[in-house]
Design a protein around this ligand. Sequence first.
Ligand code: GUN
Ligand code: ZN
Length: 442
Amino acid sequence: MTQCALRGPAVTFAANPFEIPPDEALVYESDALIVIDNGRITAFGAFDSTRDALAPGTRVAHYPDKLISAALIDTHVHYPQLPIIASYGEQLLAWLERYVFPAERRLEDPAYAARLAGTFLDSLLSSGTTTAAVYCTVHPQSVDAFFTESARRNTRMIAGKVLMDRNAPEWLRDDVTTGHDDSAALIARWHGNGRQLYAVTPRFAPTSTEAQLEAAGALLARDETLFLQTHLLENKAEEAWVKTLFPQRASYLDVYDHAGLVRPRSIFGHAVHATEGDFDRCHHAGCAVAHCPASNLFLGSGHFPLFDALRRDRPVKVGLGSDVAGGNTLSMLKVAADGYKVAQILGHSLHPVQALWLATAGAAEALGLERHIGRIAAGMEADLVVFDPHATPVQRLRTAQAENIDDVLFSLLLLGDERSVAATYVAGDRVFSRETGMRSGM
Ligand code: GUN
Ligand code: ZN
């Protein structure tokens, strides 16, 4: 690929806005230039001081009234559940039985899985999200379908085959041996293949025997670059069930710890009911929590104590997750808005710069990918989103009132959704434009 460039107002991060004042952590350039070569950013700065980095004849996409950011990251989402998004009336355990398991059964069919993976990925891209940690189903073909479609789009994705050898319908179960061996084959095929990354994916403690959790730990022990994703302490009935299934363990987190699953690159979804002891363990282990406020509200799971998790003397790594279809939106702007409201209920103000961090650079850090994605800086992969803070008549009115960049960001987060995405770039290629749709050939 030849050099290309974007020009326009841009935001990114110089530091963590939970560690220093948000306004010092944010980098805002009112007229920035981002130069891209071979999928990577080679120069970023004020247009006037960076224009020398442009080779003669380079095409510059100019977005004077938009806002460019590193693309959004979703640290917890289920692609097989997209068709049952917004399904009525249940909390977690009944919702799984009534809606989720039948939906996941359909991915037995590889052609269906391929179509669904394509629709899911295109929906992420048109929402400004270019990286996600994604649950497939128990079927290995659901993982092949997902990574094949992701590789076609060149997106950096983390995904894995769900492990589930008990407490699920017989038609959705693997066993210790097939779960292990199918995962090992998928790891060999996909982990580090282009931009694709593998996550060992036991669904949650209730649907795996201790032997299966140990087999997951054995897979992880072979390669420290692998990810682990699972659910933790999402719902009170789930927590009580885990106590009866694993009476010998000190806590829900200890079930995973005992199997060697609590480590860097482990991503625990929800942790709504985590204790101080859990957060302390996560801090020392270097694992991450996916904060899924839209889902926690939709399923009535509770309010994740974000500011406790991030306590300055022992911060836990946290990124935002949509948890579709527990969550009712793929838009990380809407997830961030729900995160703001949940923080309000718990007596905290989530600053817009902090919220954007949790959906970009902070999420990248939680996933251990901070050297590749999440910020606009020379050397980073050029995954970018171009936001339109004037996308609707109401946003136009509100943005016209904004007094500073924080206010523009806050109203973008609270009013924004898929309509606020003017364009999305993956490794320097514009894959989505609101005017022309998805890049043809996808
Ligand atoms: N716990 C176990 N499986 C799931 C799932 O698919 N979604 C959510 N939100 N929680 C879970
Ligand atoms: Zn989930």
